[in-house]
Design a binder for this molecule. Structure first.
Ligand code: IVH
Length: 659
């Protein structure tokens, strides 16, 4: 049993982590079943870290709630050395522990008699979500604690994160044109997967950083390792099988600055995102004495690294065409290194953004890249004399159809429709995206290759591919073709909301499609036959969405495409409900939206936030918890910054809505 278990772990690692399986699925499955059989016969020999105990497999319909025994709080920030020094002087403490602040998400793990009983996210700090099924897929989270020092009850807190190398690999292989924006989003999205088999394909990691409860230690242990010093608690966690960050160390306040410098210098070479340093008082007695103020402890602070900015030259602006034909300007830059990566492109959103920045080709621009998000041109620092103005092309760079701007809209569109190659390719990439058909093995480059080879013109063509021919494509071969076939086969069984989302109907986003499917009880024919009035009754739908959806459902191309998908084997079995969208994950929060967003209208964003239980206010006040700033944000942003209201960008909004 031990041999089988070790073998299976090795094979799983090759498959999931290294992406280079050495055995076929059947062989893996046979060995897995053999181990299961043996475990049935000899339950006394079951190793709790055995692969059979790890995979949840089953799909949950939603997350349960877990109330934290002690609230999960957040940390106050110090944005520079001055703020850090002020905080330290205010405590009169001598001994501190410094730890990297990992950019992932907080997780609480609860062990009863050494066995993992449940895992919960932070949620609102009081009540979190039960994510035990996904936590069990994380190799660095022990399912059974080993050794002579196991307490009856233990609550460990720490950070779940995705390694940078894992993110790169997933983004390279994934079929998505909006890839995971960063490790944090990827980790959050993965932890909130209902299907743990899917979570397992997106390997995560865990660093333990504190003990929230430790009781009932064996009698032989006189003083609890978690009673006196934070640093001893970390050592104890390491001894019983947790991963603790290797840069954690004890220091005095005079060494804080040099620690910050040291960590800043190695930060980029680490395989995980570090967005700052947490300094904690080492003595747990002092911690208890200092206590908390509102939602943060007085015994700890997070020193945040400043976001990286560099100057470079704007050498050109290209226009990329999206799945609905919108032309999006992309800045081409003289390559510069920011935060350890070479940046040569940055998004410019739209022409209004270019006007706002007063940008022209040849300008020296300031480019910023905060915590691994997509680089952004934040301002112009020099305008040479011979600068070239940036003009929206009058014809599409891909198909030469005229480019037009719809009345009242910021966006310019190519009028070529599905005959425009760039639009068609973008639409197929969108179809394969994680939140739509989630086709494994269909990366962006492969979509382009299949299109160039004339194998596909529209998404439904994917279901009629000849894999012998696909295997012959340059760089493909039998193995990759087989992988693609599997990915496409798996996508045939789906839910109706995804089929609707795949149609890319303007203004009708992912959540609206979920509501459509729910409202019409998964009956596609009823949806296609619905009148505008009936569509207006659907949750989230306003008059514009109802009209655009009604028109789309009368488009013969859309009807044909859905038939082709059905003939190609796509099905949404009765009872396969869309993932619920109305979990109140934001209840108690008050958001304000300002500026314009690329991925949705403000009213859609408002409706989707409201569906998550959050109140959306129109002006900024002290009661506001979060301000989401899109392009062209103005006075509201300034006010929020003045009041110290948390400010987030569109990427964050999306991660919250789609998590
Ligand atoms: S200690 C009372 N240590 O940062 C709060 N937090 O706002 C105790 N984080 O969501 C938190 N690395 O998930 C602590 N080494 C570390 C951390 C860390 C990352 C996260 C944590 C929390 C946020 C604090």
């Amino acid at each position: 049993m031990a041999d089988l278990s070790a073998q299976l772990i090795q094979w799983a690692k090759e498959y999931y982590l290294l992406d280079s399986p050495t055995v076929c699925d059947q062989r893996y499955d046979r060995a897995f079943r053999e181990l299961q059989e043996l475990e049935k016969q000899f339950p006394e020999f079951i190793n709790h870290n055995s692969p059979t105990q790890r995979v949840g497999g089953g799909r949950l319909s939603s997350f349960g709630e877990i109330r934290h025994a002690t609230p999960m709080l957040s940390l106050n920030n110090a944005l520079d050395m001055d703020e850090l020094n002020k905080f330290v002087v205010g405590t009169s403490e001598h001994e501190w522990v410094a730890e990297p602040k990992i950019d992932g998400l907080a997780l609480s793990l609860y062990y009863v008699d050494g066995k993992l009983a449940y895992a919960a996210t932070r949620g609102d700090g009081q009540v979190g979500e039960d994510v035990t099924h996904n936590a069990k897929t994380i190799q660095s989270i022990p399912i059974q604690l080993e050794g002579p020092m196991i307490p009856n009850r233990l609550e460990v807190r720490g950070e779940v994160f995705m390694r940078k190398s894992t993110l790169d690999r997933l983004n390279k292989q994934g079929g998505s044109d909006r890839k995971f924006a960063n490790c944090r989003n990827a980790a959050a999205g993965t932890m909130r997967q209902l299907d743990s088999a899917k979570a397992m394909r997106r390997p995560l990691d865990f660093f333990a950083y504190s003990i929230a409860e430790c009781s009932g230690l064996p009698k032989s242990i006189k003083t609890s390792p978690a009673a006196e010093y934070h640093y001893s608690a970390l050592k104890f966690l390491k001894q019983i099988g947790f991963q603790v960050n290797e840069y954690s160390q004890v220091l005095t306040s005079k060494d804080m600055e040099s620690y910050c410098e040291k960590l800043a210098s190695v930060r980029d070479s680490l395989d995980y995102l570090v967005d700052g340093i947490v300094f904690k008082v080492n003595s747990l007695f002092s911690q208890a004495e200092l206590g908390f103020v509102s939602r943060a402890p007085r015994w700890a602070i997070a020193y945040k690294f400043p976001s990286d900015t560099r100057e470079t030259t704007l050498t050109a602006v290209d226009f990329q065409i999206g799945s609905s034909g919108v032309l999006c300007p992309v800045a081409r830059l003289s390559p510069i290194a920011i935060g350890g990566v070479t940046v040569s492109n940055a998004t410019l959103h739209n022409m209004e953004e270019i006007e706002r920045l007063g940008l022209a080709i040849g300008d020296t621009v300031v480019v910023s890249r905060a915590a691994d998000v997509i680089p952004k041109v934040s301002s112009v620092s020099a305008r040479p004399e011979n600068r070239t103005p940036i003009l929206m092309p009058s014809v599409c760079p891909s198909c030469s159809s005229p480019v037009a701007r719809m009345e009242g809209q910021v966006a310019y569109r190519c009028t070529g429709g599905s005959s425009c190659p760039a639009q068609a390719v973008a639409l197929i990439k969108r179809f394969a995206r994680r939140d739509i058909m989630d086709i494994d093995g269909l990366g962006e480059r492969l979509v382009e290759q299949l299109y160039e080879a004339d194998f596909i013109r529209r998404p439904s063509d994917l279901y009629y591919l000849c894999y012998h021919a696909v295997a012959e494509l340059p760089g493909m071969g039998k193995k990759s073709a087989e992988k693609l076939k599997k990915g496409i086969q798996a996508s045939r069984e789906t839910t109706l909301d995804k089929v609707l989302a795949a149609q890319n109907i303007r203004e009708v986003g992912r959540s609206a499609c979920r509501e459509l499917a729910k409202h019409f009880h998964n009956d596609l024919d009823a949806i296609l036959a619905a009148t505008q009035e009936q569509l207006l009754e659907v949750e989230l739908f306003g008059p514009v969405m109802a009209e655009l959806a009604y028109e789309a459902f009368r488009d013969p191309e859309l009807i044909k495409e859905i038939s082709r998908l059905r003939y190609g084997g796509m099905q949404w079995p009765e009872g396969s409900q869309p993932v619920p969208s109305s979990e109140s994950t934001l209840s108690g929060e008050v958001w304000v939206l300002t500026g314009t967003f690329d991925s949705m209208t403000r009213s859609e964003a408002e409706a989707r936030l409201a569906a998550k239980g959050c109140r959306v206010a129109s002006s900024v006040s002290k009661n506001v918890t979060t301000l989401c700033a899109g392009a062209k944000a103005g006075s509201k942003l300034a006010k929020a910054e003045k009041l110290g209201v948390k400010v987030v960008d569109e990427g964050y909004l999306l991660s919250v809505l789609e998590a």
